[in-house]
Design a protein around this ligand. Structure first.
Ligand SMILES: [Fe+2]
Length: 422
């Protein structure tokens, strides 16, 4: 298998200065392709017709080469709510069309020393929803948590988050617009009314019209171009293939750099500035409060802190349909969107053949019904096939462990990120 490759698309394939983050959007008008799978099987080849040579997509020269982060004074990253009103509202899918997650944050984060974390039980997690905006007659409750990012070193600052809420809605109809409010009705502190559309039912003739696939997003002025482009293409679903906020290019005092290792070589630990996560959540709310987002982790989410804890912001802030898809880990899971079965794989936790991820993947693949979901799409962060020297063969061990399995079950398309910096 090593001499050929799965049909993969790495996002993006370009050389940039570190933190000159290119956020590529590959907005797929996927319906025509997918429907053609049945009607024109000969014209649209599948993995079963491969292997194929990888194709490199050239750089869009309109992107700026020197990406500059949005500052914390930008109005789009400000906290605009009061008290315990919800902010950073987002929607993500569960494993099938009949269920979604609604996530949001209440209360203010704290950064400094001698912090007193908020009590997650002090604000309840309620979503009221329905198919008519004027009649939100269904109610779901969920869970809440706070996380801390602790750096026990002289001069560094600690962070503790607002209260993060995740509520799962169930019993939803396919391809249906739902309106919702989230918050705590007892304070009262409910959000405004937002809406999302559920995925179509899973079948060989039923697909979301457009899926936006982004990687290495960050929160730069390039990000704003990417997100504007994404919105203008009206996606039904967003896949984020890792590297979200780049909060790890900052010290805890809020000083950022394009090159962390060059600028902060003497830091006792690789610091992060967690408010960048809140800025990202605020900036993205207008999109993510109505278009579901599904995420896999990238290397920038590693974020080591005290007691060797890692990926804490990532695993706390997003909702993942892990349990619903038989996974014991927030790092890997699967879900259906119409006639597509998505595999969200983890490049930064064990992928060995004796490990939990491999066993879960093997079982998940064995249970895929290709008559119901003819298309099988896999994503993870670091590409297996890339000639880019800065990340050359970084994911080779993952490829060696898992490539045969993806071939065996006929994965049609792979999406990756990561190759965006020098
Ligand atoms: Fe990366």
């Amino acid at each position: 298998m090593a001499s050929s490759s799965l049909p993969s698309i790495s996002l993006p394939v370009n050389v940039f200065e570190l933190n000159n983050i290119l956020s590529l959007v590959l907005t797929l008008t996927i319906t025509s392709i997918l429907l053609a799978n049945g009607a024109m099987a000969m014209a649209i080849p599948t993995t079963l017709d491969g292997p194929f040579k990888p194709v490199t997509i050239p750089l869009d020269e309109s992107f700026r080469g020197n990406a500059i982060d949005l500052p914390d004074t930008d109005p789009r990253v400000q906290r605009t709510v009061e008290g315990f009103e919800p902010e950073q509202i987002s929607v993500s899918l569960s494993s099938a069309h009949d269920s979604v997650w609604i996530s949001w944050i209440t209360g203010e984060f704290q950064i400094g020393n001698n912090l007193k974390p908020l009590d997650p039980k002090s604000v309840v997690s309620v979503v009221r929803y329905g198919t008519r905006r004027s009649q939100l007659n269904r109610k779901a409750t969920g869970r809440s948590l706070v996380y801390s990012q602790l750096y026990p070193f002289l001069g560094l600052q600690n962070y503790t988050s607002g209260i993060i809420h995740h509520v799962r809605l169930t019993g939803l109809k396919p391809d249906t617009l739902y309106h919702y409010q989230c918050g705590d009705p007892s304070i009262p502190a409910m959000s405004g009314t937002y809406c999302f559309r559920t995925m179509p039912d899973s079948s060989s003739t039923s697909y979301p019209s457009r899926i936006a696939i982004v990687g290495d997003v960050g929160l730069t002025y390039n990000t704003t171009s990417t997100v504007s482009h994404m919105i203008s293409n009206r996606p039904d679903l967003i896949l984020l293939v890792g590297d979200v906020t780049y909060a790890n290019l900052y010290l805890t005092n809020g000083t950022g750099s394009d090159c962390y290792a060059c600028s902060f070589a003497n830091s006792p630990i690789h610091e992060t500035y967690q408010p960048r996560w809140d800025y990202w959540g605020r900036y993205m709310q207008p999109v993510l409060s109505k278009v579901p987002i599904m995420v896999v982790e990238g290397n920038h989410e590693y974020e080591e802190q005290a007691e060797n804890r890692t990926f804490v912001a990532y695993t706390s802030r997003f909702a993942f349909p892990s349990k619903e898809s038989g996974s014991l880990s927030k790092f890997y899971y699967s879900f259906n969107a119409g006639g597509i079965h998505f595999l969200m794989l983890a490049a930064y936790v064990s992928f060995d053949k004796s490990g939990d991820q491999y066993k879960w993947l093997e079982e998940d693949l064995a249970n895929v019904e290709r008559e119901v979901t003819p298309w099988l799409v896999a994503t993870w962060h670091a590409p297996w096939y890339s000639t880019y020297k800065a990340h050359y063969r970084e994911a080779e061990c993952m490829r060696v462990a898992m490539e045969d399995l993806l071939y065996k079950y006929g994965v049609d398309v792979v999406f990756n990120g990561h190759v965006s910096e020098s």
